[in-house]
Design a protein around this ligand. Structure first.
Ligand SMILES: [Zn+2]
Length: 375
């Protein structure tokens, strides 16, 4: 659609390495204000966030994404400068071309076209943009979600523009992600000489049967959208280095990648129950890396499938693969989230690029979804 490629080029030329937004959000806010959006900047430390909303009614359809990009890697291995958007062989090259400045350009062009076409549309449209998705993700989407939650502003549908497609635009959309839960477990024993077993309590010997039971546990069977929850030990540390000393304690680091068939609470309880059953003297510290989320297929998913099929001829696969995304924060205030964006084959790589055809198709898909959800 007209103007999408040009806007993507303007965004790529703004160097925005996390958490620097490089002036992208100012440019976007001026476009959105002209299209009737109320723009609110939510700055947290060095992170820029933009919340832009058009209308006050429900339902609220939000487009979410990030203006920050990952570092370029060795410049000499780029065929053209990563911050000089370059057209070559039917593609646009530049850092952020696929992840995810082209999606943002497509969001803006689609909402502008929709606002012209239906100036008094039902419901509301919002854009939520952050410059802290590729980094620690501490002062980005999560802060905006907190702000919205505090004032009771909830979303009904959210489209995240992450590059979800595998080979062809629209072949895959994400409707969820697995959760990540890590633990640091310390088992205490009594240190002493290996020759005096009656005077020691070997924490490794105490841990072994409990660990065997944990490793053999089936945490859940997964469900229609997720594989079963998996558990892995990544580190095990004990011992003084001497072969005649029983260590006083052992520490393991481990991680669950979990489906929505389990919860953070249920995994923590079941894990601790095994430790108690084996009568271990332990301490346990948990870190939740990300909640799993599964967006229950509803009106948004149906609209996405219809629009992608109409524009590309493909019926997208509903997937929960991949690492974490800001969907894990948005699920707190939005029941239905779909990640829909360009092909991800070159993201975070040298010579990142996007097929030029996407500048026609992607904004059309987003526009189609707006038409079906906000009549
Ligand atoms: Zn991304």
């Amino acid at each position: 659609m007209l103007g999408t490629l040009e806007l993507a080029q303007e965004l790529i030329s703004r160097r925005s390495l996390t958490p620097d937004d490089g002036g992208c959000q100012d440019l976007l806010a001026s476009r959105l204000s002209a299209a009737g959006f109320q723009c609110e900047f939510i700055t947290c430390g060095s992170v820029s966030n933009l919340w832009a909303r058009r209308g006050n009614a429900r339902p609220l359809l939000c487009f979410a994404g990030h203006t920050d990009v990952v570092p370029t890697g060795p410049l000499a291995e780029w065929l053209s400068d990563p911050f000089t958007p370059t057209l070559r062989d039917g593609r646009l090259y530049g850092r952020g071309a696929a992840d995810m400045k082209s999606s943002i350009a497509a969001f803006v062009v689609a909402v502008e076209a929709f606002a012209r076409e239906r100036p008094t549309h039902e419901g509301s449209i919002a854009l939520l943009l952050t410059s802290d998705e590729e980094g620690p993700s501490v002062d980005g989407t999560v802060r905006v979600v907190e702000r919205l939650k505090a004032r009771g502003e909830t979303l009904d549908y959210c489209i995240v523009g992450e590059p979800s497609s595998a080979k062809t635009l629209g072949d895959t959309v994400r409707v969820g992600r697995r959760g990540s839960l890590s633990a640091r477990l310390t088992i205490r024993g009594v240190q002493g000489h290996v020759a005096y077993p009656e005077q020691v309590k070997n924490p490794l010997h105490l841990l072994a049967p409990a660990l065997a039971e944990i490793v053999a546990t089936s945490w859940d069977a997964g469900n229609e959208f997720f594989p079963p929850t998996s558990f892995q030990v990544s580190n095990l540390n004990a011992g003084t280095g001497a072969e005649n000393v029983v260590p006083g304690s052992v520490e393991i680091l481990c991680n669950f990648r979990f489906s929505t068939a389990s919860s953070e609470t249920s995994l923590k309880e079941r894990f601790a129950a095994v430790l108690r059953k084996h009568k271990l003297d332990y301490s346990l510290a948990w870190t939740l890396g990300g909640k799993p989320f599964l967006s229950k297929p509803g009106k948004l998913t149906a609209a996405v499938q219809r629009s992608v099929q109409a524009q590309t001829g493909l019926l997208p696969e509903l997937s929960t693969a991949g690492g974490t995304s800001d969907g894990r924060f948005l699920i707190d205030i939005c029941p239905e989230i779909v990640e829909l964006g360009p092909v991800n084959a070159s993201i975070h790589k040298l010579n990142e690029h996007i097929e030029l055809a996407a500048f026609e198709t992607l904004p059309r898909i987003y526009l189609d979804i707006l038409r079906s959800l906000l009549p």
